[in-house]
Design a protein around this ligand. Structure first.
Ligand code: SF4
Length: 178
């Protein structure tokens, strides 16, 4: 089963180490979804786009590469959970989605009704290693320049993009059909 990773070029080194550890230990079929431009080309053309236009940066380095990567498939499994954000509160476990090309696929969010305590309990029970950044206080982890530790008691995703937005667009680019 292919496991798609969005290789934006802006990840925390600890996250890349964690990815590579799981790939090696679990023998995952890793597929790195690469943006059309290298990070050097991107910054040469746009500068620090993630600061001035984060939505466009996410489009170029996450959304477009994922759309391309999903095109061959009919099923898309994600780790989305309803408690993560108000934007995910209405998430169904199985939804029909239409990609911009018109291609239909089933999006499956098997953990939709899990809370964080259940995730942690499952990981402990099954010996699944935790990304070290959680121990530092991060509660939702994306690209390093757009991820901060949230205030105590705040929305877990409020540390993303300085609280200016809650979604990068990879879960909103496709049209939900059911
Ligand atoms: S999370 Fe930030 S750095 Fe990563 S693609 Fe989006 S705007 Fe760019």
């Amino acid at each position: 089963m292919p496991v798609i990773f969005l290789e934006t070029g802006y990840h925390f080194p600890a996250l890349i180490e964690y990815r590579d550890r799981l790939v090696n230990e679990w023998r995952l079929n890793l597929v790195n979804a690469m943006p059309k431009q290298t990070l050097a080309e991107h910054e040469s053309q746009f500068g620090l786009l993630h600061i001035v236009q984060p939505t466009e940066c996410c489009n170029l380095r996450k959304v477009e590469p994922l759309m391309r990567s999903l095109e061959p498939y009919s099923w898309w499994f994600t780790g989305l959970r309803r408690e993560q954000s108000p934007t995910r509160a209405g998430l169904k476990k199985v939804e029909d989605h239409k990609l911009p090309t018109g291609k239909m696929l089933k999006k499956v969010s098997i953990l939709a009704d899990w809370d964080w305590a259940r995730v942690e309990a499952y990981a402990n029970e099954h010996g699944i290693p935790k990304l070290s950044l959680y121990d530092l206080g991060y509660t939702s982890i994306g690209c390093e320049p757009c991820t901060k530790i949230p205030e105590a008691g705040a929305d877990p995703r409020s540390g993303r993009w300085g609280g200016k937005k809650l979604e990068c667009g990879i879960h909103t680019f496709s049209e939900k059909a059911s």
